[in-house]
Write a protein that binds this ligand. Structure first.
Ligand code: DP6
Length: 361
């Protein structure tokens, strides 16, 4: 697939106005995307668990307008007009305009609601951008009803990527790969695809409890962090390692090898943060309580033989991952030992999910 293939031919239908609603989840990367070039092209492949409870629901209302010279939209979060969301969406629209030529012909009202609190330190860009991309694709589908389902999903992922890289992994579940990898046929830098190989029972219904260590705005955005991978002295080795870790995970998923899973996932999380600490300028997103939690998890695992492990995204919050049969014990451990390290004792119980859904209007 090339970018060119996402430019639509002439639409067969015309529409005046309408409304679509999609709900799309967040995702947590196991092999991390960190470093990009050109038009949101990842420097290495990544794989993620799609989440279930952490999601964004977006309603996109549209009506045709006379003047086609500008994008025209307003954005609401939880019913409140959000002027500060506009620049990010304007950038998104500019990036995708070639692929959705109708964008300047409508006025849009974007109404969005997150299941997780806005100030939780959980990035809403993956769920938010994927939900918006899906709403836009519903319009395209109405303009071109012959669009097949696979084309619809692939293009929605392609568009979501242009909004925020990790968003392209939120459309489907329960495992999604994004980025070219030599052992995964049809894997692409342009969109996410469902992980195509066998996955052992051990990885079904995996849990992710998100410990909210720091709910503040992070000091360095992902976009800035990605850019610091250009000229990073360790970058090439890191990109190579991501390919290798994804190769290893193929067998781990097949065999249900929880021990190796833990090793790869925790190493990926710490490598991500090591890249931040060795960037120029260097920065640290972990907080003292992030490290306390990691140490507690290691001690608990040593004591009990549990298969609980952690991962981190670009922030201080800790994602605690554990298999379904151990859910009760690990949950007790979290409630008794880890909650003390969360800001205001806040955490979110989530688990693997199956992707975005269109909701009736
Ligand atoms: C650490 O997708 O937020 O969560 O493409 O600039 O929007 P942009 O970045 P973003 O980066 C996410 C980075 C990560 C790892 C991951 O999700 O793979």
């Amino acid at each position: 697939m090339t970018e060119q293939q996402f430019i639509p031919l002439k639409y067969s239908n015309a529409i005046e106005s309408g409304r679509y609603t999609w709900s799309s989840p967040s995702n947590i990367a196991l092999v991390k995307y960190w470093g990009k070039r050109g038009n949101q092209i990842p420097e290495n492949p990544s794989v993620s668990f799609t989440l279930d409870a952490c999601k964004t629901t977006t309603t996109l209302s549209f009506s045709s307008k006379e003047d086609h010279s500008n994008f025209d939209f307003e954005v609401y979060l939880d019913g409140q007009l959000k002027e500060d969301f506009k620049p990010k969406i304007e950038t998104f629209f500019k990036r995708i305009e070639t692929y959705l030529p109708f964008l300047k012909t409508f006025h849009f009202k974007i109404e969005t609601v997150n299941t997780f609190p806005h100030s939780s330190g959980i990035a809403s860009s993956a769920s938010g951008m994927s939900a918006l991309a899906l709403c836009l694709m519903s319009i395209e589908k109405e303009l071109n009803p012959s669009l097949a389902e696979i084309e619809f999903t692939q293009k929605a992922s392609f568009l979501a990527r242009l909004g925020s890289g990790s968003a392209c992994r939120s459309l489907e579940g329960d495992l999604v790969v994004w980025g070219e990898h030599n052992e995964i046929t049809n894997s692409s830098n342009l969109f996410g695809m469902k992980y195509p190989f066998e996955v052992h029972e051990n990885f079904k219904n995996y849990h992710d409890t998100i410990l909210l260590v720091d709910k503040g705005e992070k000091q360095v955005s992902s976009t800035v962090g990605h850019n610091l991978m250009h000229n990073h002295p360790l970058a090439q080795e890191r990109f190579k390692q991501a390919h290798e870790n994804l190769s290893k995970l193929i067998n781990v998923f097949k065999e249900g090898d929880l021990k190796s899973f833990i090793e790869i996932v925790e190493s990926e999380a710490l490598t991500l943060h090591a890249m931040m600490m060795t960037s120029m300028p260097y920065f640290i997103l972990m907080k003292p309580n992030t490290l306390e939690i990691i140490n507690r998890i290691w001690a608990y695992r040593k004591e009990t033989g549990s298969h609980v492990c952690f991962t981190l995204d670009a922030g201080a919050n800790v994602h605690v991952l554990y298999p379904e049969p151990e859910a009760e014990q690990v949950y007790d451990f979290i409630a008794n030992d880890l909650v003390a390290y969360c800001q205001n004792g806040h955490y979110i119980c989530d688990r693997i999910g199956f992707g975005a859904k269109q909701l009736p209007i």
